[in-house]
Design a binder for this molecule. Sequence first.
Ligand code: ACO
Length: 380
Amino acid sequence: MAEVSYARGLAGVIADESKICVIDGVKGELYYYGYPIQELAEKSNFTEASYLLIYGKLPTQAELTDFRKELNSQREIPKFIQETIKNFPKETHPMTALQTCVAMLGMEDVPSEKDSRETNQKRSIKLIAQFPTLVAYFARHREGKEALAPKSELSHAANFLYMLTGTVPTDEISKMFDTCLLLHAEHTFNASTFTGRVIAATLADLYTSVSGATGALFGPLHGGANEKALQMSKSIGSVDNVEKWFAEATASKTKIMGMGHRVYKTIDPRAKILKGLLLELSEKDGNNTQLEVLDKLASLMADKVKAEGKEIWPNVDYFSGTLYEKMGIDSIYFTPIFAIARVAGWSAHILELWTDNKLYRPKCHYTGDIDLKYTDISSR
Ligand code: ACO
């Protein structure tokens, strides 16, 4: 067979064009519709960033007020989904429950190929509004607690934490959590967004496409890494154990969860911001053990890879788990929280793709046999 060149995992392949988000992996920069992530994290919030992603521009005050009202009024999930969640096995992972429920949203609000862009924009807002409720309802069920109805007077972030834990968070925690959502809202052609685009490009509906994207986010090489990163740093325990743990991990070629990235060849700008938030909370509660462990591990990795000419740096999942734990959130909800944020980006990509749709259908380099003679089953 003739020699062919191909890119495993589509590494480096430009599969389409988009105006939504760009990453400079060498400089460690990230922009949503041209706005630097640091500036958005400092001055904006998840609700405004969601508007930016869905409509492609920053809102005026009146537009933001209307958007917030719509978002807050859409939080409750359909009754039949509330009832179904009560019958889910409690041992189900919340990501499996979430993916299932997202697909179920399309059972009542039945989409059609003829639906307008406006209808799908409204559906995107509904998805952003209802993801937190779906996660919180299942969380309460698996913990054997009564589900809590959303409170429309609370912010998006505060309402989720209230529905999950039963306590209205302080303004400081709400603001921090909101920043975490903003940082996770969008990230170009990552595995889950690409999955959503691939499904949407077949002209399957928004719910089906977003449900598929949710499934892709679940994996430990993608959104599932935050849960694993926390488990890792806790199992290391203290800064004195890091060197030994790292030596063993290196010898056994164990991947360090929350490190490495297909695009970033330096520290992920979101990890820098999350580390700052973690430092704030660690100073507040007087416990910086986890932060010390993570810092030491990152510096050992930096020294090792420098010698090998590789670039493996903390990514968005490295500090977020420890930060969420300090906010009192159980690690099983870390990836669902990622989904609560990323649904804004998935929706934005699907809406953008549908303005000029093109089916994704790559080719494959075939390495199997050809032209074999079929043998009858009796003589095999
Ligand atoms: N720990 C140790 N070594 C690593 C790590 C890591 N976290 N990441 C990459 N490497 C090494 C690989 O072993 C490989 O080494 P080799 O060339 O000697 O075989 C080299 O760096 C390239 O790694 P790949 O996994 O081939 O790079 P790829 O671009 O395919 O993978 C990925 C990127 C999947 C994120 C990888 O870095 C990884 O598995 N990281 C851990 C999981 C993680 O944190 N995922 C979250 C990513 S961010 C997100 O999705 C939200």
